[in-house]
Write a protein that binds this ligand. Structure first.
Ligand SMILES: Cc1ncc(COP(=O)(O)O)c(C=O)c1O
Length: 374
């Protein structure tokens, strides 16, 4: 028997999408810079600890990790169904919204189908489609950083299976306006599956922003994606959920792995839903800090996209090369994201930090802007 090389095996695989190398380990880069601590502002995580109620629930759940978790996450589905006034079979819990995106691709995309979205976007939006042999039709943002919903409608053809809308969008931070979404939903053909990625939903404060959940009806082909990673600050637990009409859930359910959500995550998420006071208080801090960081960066001479509705800012670094800004921040113990946004070369994405972190960012932005101003 002749041995197959890795390349031969890979060429036979339909799985051509995805990130080809392991991602660098942040602690290795910290060691290079002689850092013992870093502020993680590159992946839109919460900067605040979980609520004491969540910690206690997780500790209790640890005592039964000899047993498999409930594969249907029944208690969590029940609780969410109660909160949203939905039937229990209109929900699926997954190992983060990320896993659920892959499952959407797996359940609905066949070779040659296409999905339309706006770019730059969350990378899994693309991988989930391409890994199933689908094609992504990427529509650029409008000049005001909003989704070009007209252009998305004009791109639909007979092979379009999915339209993926992220609101507020990553990385732009902009939310779709209500009147624009209403007009879009009236025109979009009923056979297309609309996937609304609402990972940052809880941070929306703009009264004109759409509240897409009103479109969750039995008749529509629609999926809402939510996560416990951002507002509830449970990114390390890996837990998110889908809200959708029953006929969509029935198909999606077939693609789900058996035990993807562990029992500690289920217990933690359930307890988080019972501690609104704790999370509302953090939300107020994040909103105040979002304004503080936006104004500070504007004052420094950079241009954050206006009216962020998320827990992060998308920032044009203007005179300062984005790589210099990111490296200088890293050396000062703050990690942000840059070089990942296609045509937006001189942009970085920064999660809203604590007051102390934000003050450091603004001070460094001011120093660099002074240095690089022509
Ligand atoms: C737009 C968007 N969707 C989905 C996710 C995935 O979230 P989760 O942590 O639940 O996998 C992210 C994470 O950053 C995101 O930005």
């Amino acid at each position: 028997m002749t041995k197959k090389t890795g390349l031969e095996l890979a060429n036979k695989s339909s799985y051509h999408a995805g990130i080809p190398t392991l991602r660098p380990f942040i602690k290795d880069k910290m060691a290079e810079y002689g850092l013992s601590h870093i502020a993680h502002l590159a992946t839109n995580e919460s900067q605040y600890p979980p609520s004491p109620k969540v910690l206690q629930a997780m500790q209790e759940a640890m005592l039964t990790v000899n047993l498999y978790p409930d594969p249907s996450a029944t208690l969590l589905r029940r609780k969410l169904a109660h909160i949203y006034k939905l039937k229990e079979n209109m929900l699926i819990i997954g190992n983060g919204a990320d896993e659920l995106l892959y499952m959407i691709g797996k359940a609905f995309i066949e070779n040659g189908d296409n999905a339309i979205t706006s770019t730059p976007c969350y990378p899994t939006d693309i991988i989930a489609i391409e890994s199933m042999g689908g094609i992504v039709r990427a529509i650029p943002y409008r000049s005001d950083f909003c989704y070009d919903l007209e252009a998305i409608l004009n791109t639909i053809d007979e092979k379009t299976k999915i339209i993926l809308l992220c609101t507020p969008a990553n990385p732009s931070s902009v939310a779709i306006e209500k009147k624009e979404l209403d007009a879009f939903m009236q025109k979009v053909p009923a056979n297309i599956l609309i996937v609304m990625d609402e990972a940052y939903k809880e941070f929306v404060t703009d009264k004109n922003a759409a509240d897409p959940i009103i479109y969750l009806t039995e008749e529509r082909n629609i999926i809402f994606l939510r996560t416990f990673s951002k507002y509830y600050g449970l990114a390390g637990l890996r837990i998110g959920y889908v809200l959708a009409p029953e006929h969509i859930i029935n198909i999606l359910q077939r693609a789900m792995p058996s035990f993807s959500v562990n029992s500690i995550a289920q217990a933690g998420a359930l307890a988080a839903l019972d501690d609104n006071l704790y999370y509302d208080d953090i939300l107020q801090k994040i909103i105040a800090e979002r304004n503080f960081l936006t104004n500070g960066l504007l004052d420094a001479g950079m241009k954050p996209v206006k009216n962020s509705q998320a827990n992060f800012l998308f920032v044009n670094t203007c005179h300062v090369p984005s790589s210099i800004f990111a490296e200088t921040l890293f050396a000062a113990g703050i990690s942000i994201l840059e070089k990942k946004f296609g045509e937006y070369k001189e942009y970085v994405r920064i999660a809203v930090g604590t007051r102390e972190q934000n003050e450091s960012i603004i001070t460094i932005a001011k120093d660099l802007c002074r240095k690089y101003k022509k």
